[in-house]
Design a protein around this ligand. Structure first.
Ligand SMILES: Nc1ncnc2c1ncn2[C@@H]1O[C@H](COP(=O)(O)OP(=O)(O)OP(=O)(O)O)[C@@H](O)[C@H]1O
Ligand SMILES: [Mg+2]
Length: 367
């Protein structure tokens, strides 16, 4: 249950040149971050501090799932820590539901739920006990909240294991318990910092199914980071890409993917046929063509609609096309295009080798 704020909410700002509304409601700004900067002090006097967040600003709208993506050390956890009142920024301001995080941190905390990658559950207690202890931190007694705890446990598929010690839980069960604990005080805004790291694909899919369910059934707004770009692509209404502490792109997954030049058609041309490049390049929507042997790669805005035109144009010129494949851009390509480097290097474990910083940040900081 969200405790009423003791301070009147400040007026929310207008969206500033962001992408068109998608899953969220653009005129209801739930998170408003403005020019946030965080410089961690140097470990030794006289040393140089670490610029972790460097002028970050964005808005998150009610009911959307907002992805915050970037490589290790990009500044994701630092930003989340500022928004959730765990860390004071060096400069800039942020408001949650119109409430300033620096001026009224306790009011903000009542509004938000938080799930970190690292488990915060007490292993020596049962799942239900963990939830009731968390509820107690918000001043809620088991009498007030017991029904809600049972509902959440059932929603998270933990009803039959609720009275078992957490140390007997599987990885997926622990993640679901974290989510249930984060939701115990009925927040309308949930922060998730790499909540599925270490889960197998099935466990991850299950976890995100619950998130989507909570969003759809309870109008939850979700701010999430993940190292799995495919996951973000499927789940997020909008995504901000952060690199070296700066937001370098913001839009729907489709807008981001379109920004790298749309689809690629791979045409397989019969050996010995004439080169169709000069015929295809003037077709509407074609942005670039390259040829490798009997294969032609055509960059275009919408692959499916170009296929019949390409095949017909080639056939009219007596050129036989043996096969056509439409390749849709991925967020990995977006990332490579924007930053010049892969999101994760080959073989690198998620959150393993730092991209350009030691990473990790204050994940274990107390809520
Ligand atoms: N407590 C701290 N003291 C000093 N520097 C820190 C601290 N926490 C983070 N940093 C540095 O700030 C930068 C941003 O770190 P942050 O943890 O926010 O990145 P991240 O995007 O969450 O990375 P990851 O993907 O590894 O979790 C990094 O260079 C990191 O080394
Ligand atoms: Mg992090």
């Amino acid at each position: 249950m969200s405790a009423p704020s003791s301070s009147p909410p400040e007026p929310a700002l207008e969206p500033r040149g962001l992408a068109a509304p998608h899953g969220g409601v653009a005129d209801q700004i739930v998170i408003d971050a403005q020019d946030l900067r965080m410089i961690y002090p140097p470990p030794k006097a006289g040393g140089k501090g670490t610029v972790a967040v460097d002028g970050v600003g964005f808005q998150v709208w009610r009911g959307e799932i907002f992805g915050f993506l970037g490589p290790n050390g990009a500044g994701k956890t630092t930003t989340i820590s500022i928004l959730t009142t765990l860390l004071d920024p060096t400069s800039g301001r942020a408001r949650i539901e119109g409430i300033d995080v620096l001026a009224h941190p306790n009011d903000v905390r009542r509004k938000i739920g938080l799930v970190f990658q690292k488990s915060t559950a007490d292993e020596e207690l049962t799942g239900r006990e963990n939830m009731l202890i968390e509820a107690g931190l918000y001043g809620l007694t088991s009498g007030q909240i017991g029904g809600h705890v049972n509902d959440l446990l059932a929603q998270m598929d933990l009803a039959t294991s609720a009275d078992r010690f957490v140390k007997t839980y599987s990885g997926g069960m622990r993640r679901r318990l974290e989510l249930a604990v984060g939701m115990v005080h009925k927040p309308k805004l949930l922060f998730l910092d790499e909540p599925t790291l270490g889960l197998d694909p099935q466990g991850r899919a299950g976890f995100w199914r619950y998130i989507r369910y909570l969003r759809d059934s309870q109008g939850l707004t979700v701010f999430m980071t993940t190292h799995y770009l495919d996951e973000a692509d499927q789940l997020c209404d909008r995504i901000a890409v952060i690199d070296h502490g700066k937001i370098i792109a913001l839009g729907t997954p489709k807008q981001l993917k379109d920004s790298v030049g749309g689809d690629t058609l791979v045409l397989s041309v019969a050996a010995g046929s004439a080169d169709p490049t000069a015929l295809i390049s003037p077709l509407p929507g074609v942005t670039a063509i390259s040829r490798q042997g009997d294969s032609l790669r055509v960059k275009c805005s919408r692959g499916e609609s170009l296929v019949p035109k390409v095949v017909m144009t080639a056939a009219q010129a007596g050129i036989e096309i043996l096969g056509v494949t439409v390749i849709k851009p991925t967020l990995d390509e977006v990332f490579l295009h924007l930053t010049g480097h892969a999101y994760r290097e080959e073989g690198e474990a998620p959150n393993g080798n730092p991209g350009h910083g030691a990473g990790n940040g204050p994940e274990g900081a107390p809520a």
